[in-house]
Each structure stands twice: as C-alpha cells, then as structure tokens.
Write a protein that binds this ligand. Structure first.
Ligand SMILES: [Zn+2]
Length: 331
C-alpha cells in the first residue's frame, strides 16, 4: 500500500497556518466521506481555503476512488474536521457520497491498511477510530454513513492488504513462514505466555504457531488473522518489554529474600566457635542462627538458664553463697 505525499502541493492559505500539537496528544482517528459524487484532495483543499478561508485542507488523509491515499496534513496539524474534537483527532476523508454510493473495493482495502496497519505505528496513543457523527455536536451529521467498523474488521481481504515480504504467516506463498525471524517470533510468544506445547520455537510457522498468534491477537484486541504484521509485532514487543520489567521486579524481591536467608543461615565465626559450642551444650542457646541479633526476651531466657545452673551448682556442693564469695576473693 502506498501513500502519496501531497502536503507541499495542496492549496494553502497565504497567511493562516494550523496550530500544532504533540503527537502524543492524538488519540482518535475520525472518518468522513466527501458528500460529493466525485472529487479529490486537490478539490477539497481549494474549497476549504477559497470558500471557508481555512489555513489548508481540513483532512489529514484523503482516500480517492481508485484507493490512492493522499497525505494532506502533518499529523501534528490541528486541522478542521470535527469542531471541538479537532485537538486530539486525525481526519480521514473518503471520496464519495455514501448516502447513494458505495465504497470501491480499493477504498476499503486502503482504509483498512491506513487504520489497522499504518496509523497505529505513527500514533502511539491511538485509542479510538470513530465516525464523524460519533463526536459531540455531530450526532445528526450524515457522515460517514457507511459501516466503517465492518470494513475495518473484514478479514477476507485483510491478509491481502497486509501481505508483505516482512509479514510472518503460515502460508509460505505469501508470508515469511520459516527461519530465524519465525524462531524469534515463537520465542517472544512463549515468553509472554502463549502456548507452543508440541513444537516450541522450531523456526517453522505451522498450525500450532498460527493458533498461538491468534490467541495473542484476540487477547490484545487486534484483528485475529494469524498473520504477524506491523501492529501484531509492535504489540508483541510491548508485551515482551512489560514482561521483562515484571521479571526485573521479581528478581529484586528474590534477591532481598536470599540475603535475609543467607544471614540467618550463616555458620558461627571461627573465633566464637568454642564458646558457641559450650553455650549450646549448656543449653543457653539452641545452636541456630549464630549471627542473628538477640532480643530482650531471648536474653531473659539465657540469663535465667545461667542463674538456674549456677544455683544448682551451689546447691550440689552444699556451700553457701558467702563461702563461695570468700573463695573467689582469695584467688
Ligand atoms: Zn465528516
């Protein structure tokens, strides 16, 4: 599918220019028809500038009867086509009056490619594709009249539309179906949780791979055709990046846990070993976690065990505390 860039050749107002916006301000694509039986980007530009006095043509793209897509305004131009909603929308106009006419097959294919394949790669925040009459203030406008949703989701032609040498798919006569690119795709699919239970990443785009691609497309609101074109691959890369981020967080948590476990599992230091063993034998400590801090209640237990052993010793020798004190002073 080709785009003809007519931005520099269309009629413009000699002094007025459209305001601009950041690309990330764009969330919508609005679809129009020209409401004329014939016409072209050039004739709409003349009309919008000469009759309305606008800075230039109101639409960003015009799709003519033969399917040719004409690129008329930079995407960041806030051109005029849906009033108060212009700020966040890109406008596509299809030549024709669809109250009485039908889109040509070439127009349908071009609209599908433009909305499903091309624009999603150029407008990162694209959320809505809507008809002119779905915007506030235009409910009564007979634009675009035709069922654009049906055109956009028509699968019978989608495969032909997005057919290109870089797309991957099961049909080897149309798509890349074997090799390193397919293996890369399969690795990514499994990484984000799709299933390839029998063949795994075997570099071969078979039925199992197609099913996994379809499952991925369904899960992420893409057209479910089992063909990996630009929009599916972009989405897949986004999901891979998300998964990597998630794994990084998990790894950090595991590392923290491991540090905790290591500290409490460490062996007693060489210099303390003899005393530690003796304290164990005498029952002051239970012999675990030699490097842990001691709490007040643990100290209380140790102190009381000491006191108990000491009193027992005195009792066994039949001596009074006074005698032992005197003996210690002598020594
Ligand atoms: Zn319209």
């Amino acid at each position: 599918m080709k785009i003809t860039d007519v931005r520099m050749s269309l009629r413009r107002h000699p002094t007025k220019v459209y305001r601009r916006r950041p690309i990330n301000a764009i969330t919508d694509v609005a679809i129009h028809h020209s409401l004329t039986l014939t016409g072209s980007a050039e004739s709409y530009a003349n009309y919008h500038v000469n009759t309305h006095g606008w800075p230039g043509i109101g639409y960003h793209f015009v799709i003519e009867k033969n399917g040719e897509i004409k690129w008329c305004n930079d995407l960041d131009n806030i051109s005029y086509h849906i009033g108060n909603s212009n700020g966040f929308a890109v406008g596509i106009c299809l030549t024709g009056d669809f109250r009485s006419q039908k889109l040509t097959a070439a127009q349908e294919a071009s609209l599908r490619w433009l909305c499903n394949v091309y624009l999603p790669t150029k407008i990162p925040k694209l959320k809505n594709i809507k008809g002119h009459n779905q915007y506030p203030g235009y409910a009564l406008k007979q634009c675009p009249v035709f069922d654009f949703r049906k055109v956009l989701t028509d699968k019978s032609e989608t495969i032909k539309v997005i057919k290109s040498l870089t797309d991957m798919g099961r049909d080897c006569s149309k798509f890349v179906c074997k090799g390193a690119a397919v293996k890369g795709l399969q690795d990514k699919l499994m990484f984000v949780g799709e299933k390839l239970p029998r063949f795994g990443a075997d570099s071969d785009f078979g039925q199992e791979c197609e099913d996994a691609v379809k499952a991925f497309q369904a899960r992420h609101g893409l057209i479910v055709d089992g063909v990996v074109g630009v929009s599916t691959l972009n989405k897949l890369n986004v999901e891979v990046a998300k998964m990597n981020e998630y794994i990084k967080v998990l790894e950090q948590r595991i590392e923290k846990l491991e540090n905790k476990l290591n500290t409490s599992g460490k062996k007693v230091s060489d210099w303390a070993k003899e005393n530690w063993d003796e304290a164990k034998v005498n029952g002051y400590f239970d012999g675990t976690r030699p490097l842990d801090n001691i709490t007040r209640q643990e100290s209380a237990v140790v102190v009381n065990r000491l006191r108990h052993n000491f009193l027992k010793l005195i009792h066994d020798q039949g001596e009074t505390l006074e005698v032992i004190k005197n003996q210690m002073e002598k020594e």
